[in-house]
Design a protein around this ligand. Sequence first.
Ligand code: ATP
Ligand code: SF4
Ligand code: MG
Length: 338
Amino acid sequence: MRRDDSVPHMSTRPLLEIRGLDLDFGTPRGRVHALRNVSLDVPAGQVVGIVGESGSGKSTLAYTVMGLLPENADVTAGSILFEGRDLRKMPAPARRSLLGNRLSMIFQDPMTALNPVRTIESQMVDIQHHEQGAWGQKRDRAIDMLHRVGIPDPQSRIGAYPHHFSGGMRQRVCIAMALLVKPTLLVADEPTTALDATLEVQIIRLLKDLQKEIGCSILFVSHHLGAVAELCDRVAVMYAGEVVEQGAVRDIFHNPAHPYTRALLECDPGRIRKKTRTLPTIPGEVPSLLGSKVGCIFRTRCRHASNRCVQVNPVEYRIRVDQVARCHLLGDERLVSA
Ligand code: ATP
Ligand code: SF4
Ligand code: MG
């Protein structure tokens, strides 16, 4: 079934609706097409994962939503509707005022968000600048949040500097800061990738509990499929700048339709029961993102590729009520079974 916009995707309007987003980076070698025709919804109160190999555009998408792109980035088409308003058309001051308020972010490296020469207390009080209340009240809120993310003795630890904390504890502080403002949408770019496995599990559980408590939505970027399965309601699979498949986590993980999703899941260390945390590897290489592309972006690595895949870029087909994928085989009703 071809995707039809008359089919209701959600009963209520999603919190974040990304439609037809194209983004290039200007480089001395030419324009890198890092996002191509990306469409994605984040429903209110849900956690949406973004997975895909290195260089697929996951961080670029996350930073585009936050409006934190480098100067050589150029959004050439599409819209990003947040609570029904197009972030691309919003005046810069209005957009900035959303940051650290209704929109907040957790980075892979906690030091990106923390100022090394200021105490945690002053940073956690400052981040509440949108809130009413005296310094003492904001400090109490910060201590309470540090307690909830599992920082021992937060009453005295709040006076410490970032370098006094271990990497895992720093990431907890960042989660506390990001959630202190009670955002409507939290964007997390690989928040657990730098941590060891035990810490990762703890942080994922913590995020899940806090998300439920606050009721926010999360856009969660990760290489780790296990973490996505644990935390997310929905997942989008990205390949070379395109979302090739998306839907409910249980559908994508149990019945993947796109050959790339299948390959990614087959290579997942969590599934092959091998003691390794190395990234999944699929034979072949991600194509260069320079220049225009004809045909399916995955064709050079796909064992089902045909002439049609070389000549025509597949449209998005609906596989189930809540699962869509871009592959010619799905349009032929010949669901990929090999
Ligand atoms: P990873 O899993 O390694 O974090 P990713 O999926 O987050 O990868 P991005 O960082 O979004 O991928 O990069 C997408 C593509 O855009 C890559 O080809 C990358 O080299 C390119 N890219 C990212 N930032 C820039 C930039 N500032 N200038 C030029 N190219 C860039
Ligand atoms: Fe493979 Fe063709 Fe489907 Fe692309 S469209 S994933 S090349 S079968
Ligand atoms: Mg990244």
